[in-house]
Write a protein that binds this ligand. Sequence first.
Ligand code: ADP
Ligand code: MG
Length: 403
Amino acid sequence: MPNFKTLDDLPGDLTGKVALVRVDLNLPMKDGSATDVTRVEAIKPTVLELTGKGAKVLLLAHYGRPGGQRSSTLSTSFVQGDVEKVLGKELMFVPEIAGPIVDQAVGILRSGDIGLLDNTRFWPGEEENDPNLAQAIARHGDLYVNDAFSAAHRAHASTEGIAHFLPAYAGRAMEVELRALDTALGNPEAPVAAVVGGAKVSSKLAVLEHLVGKVQHLIIGGGMANTFLAARGVDVGKSLAEHDLTDTVTRIMDEADHAGCTVHLPYDVVVATEFAANPASLRTRNVHEVGEDEMILDIGPQATEALADVLKTCRTLVWNGPLGAFETEPFDRATVSLARTAAALTQEGSLTSVAGGGDTVAALAQAGVTEDFSYISAAGGAFLEWMEGKDLPGVAALENTDG
Ligand code: ADP
Ligand code: MG
């Protein structure tokens, strides 16, 4: 297990202390208010625990990509109302992240109050991880808490640099996420299965290369399966596939072979000649019978059943990427079916299931299994980099805090 301090390592009374808390407030917005406040729900336990102990909390967050300058449309003040609603507390908006205005705000805030600092990315030093900026922010706090796993793959002043100037702690959401990820790939119980699907092999090559050495079963679906099938000489017709990756696929298959990892490719698939909901040309075919004018849009029912049997023999599952073009019916079938199998096995206690990825989260929600997996990560880039086996700078900074 990664070694970091949590809120349990803090004294019971934080009266008079200022906690700088890095959070993720990139809420999807429509007409000036958030359409989904999951990210605020996630940080609520950490923020309320700190205010409950009497700390003054300063929330640090980036918002969109202003590119190192102030932008009138990307202030964190736009999410203030939504954050207040979820936390059930008023926030004091502070249009800076360091300097006399922040000093003044800290002077006005009382014990247990919360200040919302402006978008960290308005300052170029944030993304450059400038130690001067990190130190200037740190000067306002007595301790630093990072509760934004989704930003932990970036070495920025508010995610990495600041931990060099203050004692640093993982927030509750960060703690839960890191423990879940450790159970899934850090120290997993074998046998481990990984499902990797989605649109393109090229965007997830590093994930595949890392996983073949880590898991006993590598299940390939989605457009990735088409590329693998094509590389093995199967005619995939008009399917979405990357035809220039034959050598890469062959190398991955060889590496898997050496590592004792079984790669599962579908032997039946669902095809159509046009990409539309329930098209007249819908067929289920053996992979060797795909017509030249057909596209593979999902893996087939026999393959799905065989994969369910694989999961039944496994203790751990890590999942990124849908098995088919799940947004369009009926190409969600394999994804929904396998997700429900994984959910049932998890509920029976025989499987630990961890999933992540933007479209994966949506696909699993569509399957109605969000509550039944062991853990579903809302982090996109950070989750993928973790699946690649990379050290995340924001996490490493918590482990090696010099503050
Ligand atoms: P994630 O966001 O979870 O990492 P990706 O972005 O890699 O997942 O892939 C998701 C996309 O892949 C979805 O939009 C889905 O429609 C598409 N996809 C999956 N299988 C196929 C297929 N056989 N043909 C075309 N698109 C597919
Ligand atoms: Mg995606």
